[in-house]
Design a protein around this ligand. Sequence first.
Ligand code: KG4
Ligand code: ZN
Length: 331
Amino acid sequence: MKQNLILGIETSCDDTSIAVVDERGHVLSCKTASQVEVHVGYGGIYPEFASRAHVEAIVPTLRAVMSEANVTADELTAIGVTRGPGLIGSLLVGIHTAAGLGAGWGLPVFGVNHLRGHLRSAALQGATVTYPAIVLLASGGHTLIAYMKDARSMELVGTTRDDSVGEAYDKVARMLGLGFPGGPVIDRIAKSGEANIKFPRPMLGKGFEFSFSGLKSSVRRYMEQNPEPIIADVAASFVASCMDVLTAKCKAAIEQFHPASLIVVGGVSASPQLRARMEALCDETGTALALPPPQWSTDNGAMIAMATWDYINIDAPKLMEVDPNLSIGKL
Ligand code: KG4
Ligand code: ZN
């Protein structure tokens, strides 16, 4: 019998993540097969290996989730699967698996925009998010600020001209010989360093656009000019620059749009430094902070399942075309 449960499947990049989530955002089970071991030697994601690893992981992950959630296919309402943006080969594994499951189980399948999944991750586990809201999405693929009048509407306020902040973390980690993914390792090393190197604060005071490519080049120049750098200080100084920029742009957006809350999502929002800065900013401006726990910051199937409820509620078309460049305004 139907139980108001969605199966969410996320394979846009390097994590195979599947979850079962109910209509209030309660996560019955979410399991993620990480590919860090596959890509660690390359200092970044190797797309061909990513798709192959998804093929290997997707069925065992699905079985583990259905078993932990203790649900059968006839109890599910629908399946939601990421259709973009992301790596084409990785997306295709998820989409075809979902299409096969939908046909076999007689369930509707919704192709979901990964970015809408991140936006809705703030409402997982029954968290209440008040609107209107300003959202900062800071991930490996995107850095943007958007205005959300309500849970389903979205207006882009500013985005990055070049690299995303997560990409900058990953590239700087590679330069510093810290490995992949860059975010967690830079965070860890930065804790023992001092932010005593003056890296630029790109686009500070210039509207809502971001640019992280120049900051990354400054770190590279510093490393070339200083043969014996203190890596912890370089990491701490790089993080300080990123934090100053992200915080200043969010502050300007709060001052301009007067939102009820600030939603902070995407892989970089797992950073303890960013979390602390956003808490301080919301205290200072009297804004509610919607910041999901770190496990919902990075890519996961639960956020895709959560976003699928919106697609069902507006009776959205069941789009199943993979779109590697899907923009945030599209379904
Ligand atoms: O949202 P996400 O999992 O995937 C994309 O949609 O891109 O974000 C991945 C990005 C990577 O660049 C990674 O280095 C960064 O999030 N990241 C972090 C942390 N954990 C992951 N950045 C800073 N601090 C972290 N703890
Ligand atoms: Zn993501």
